[in-house]
Design a protein around this ligand. Structure first.
Ligand code: ZN
Length: 80
């Protein structure tokens, strides 16, 4: 098992859920026993939230479509 996966498994799923739903903050109390919860209430390094992931993918898709458009224009110019 790689260290990354190990760290990931240590992270509290309630914490992840709260971050994902933007509910995490000063007043957030872990439903798994609050301060007694033994899991980590911190994101592992390099962790990408599902919500962030979607934004990244959208951005990427946008870039590709712009590139395609430029390519199409070049092709049209070459052909005309
Ligand atoms: Zn917890």
């Amino acid at each position: 098992m790689s260290a990354d996966i190990y760290i990931y498994m240590q992270v509290c799923k309630y914490f992840l859920e709260a971050v994902e739903k933007k509910q995490y903050g000063w007043f957030w109390v872990c439903p798994n026993g609050g301060k007694d919860c033994h899991y980590r209430h911190a994101l592992p390094p390099g962790y990408v939230l599902k919500s962030q992931m979607k934004a990244l993918l959208d951005e990427e898709a946008e870039k590709i479509s712009i590139e395609e458009e430029i390519e199409n224009q070049v092709m049209t110019n070459l052909l005309s």
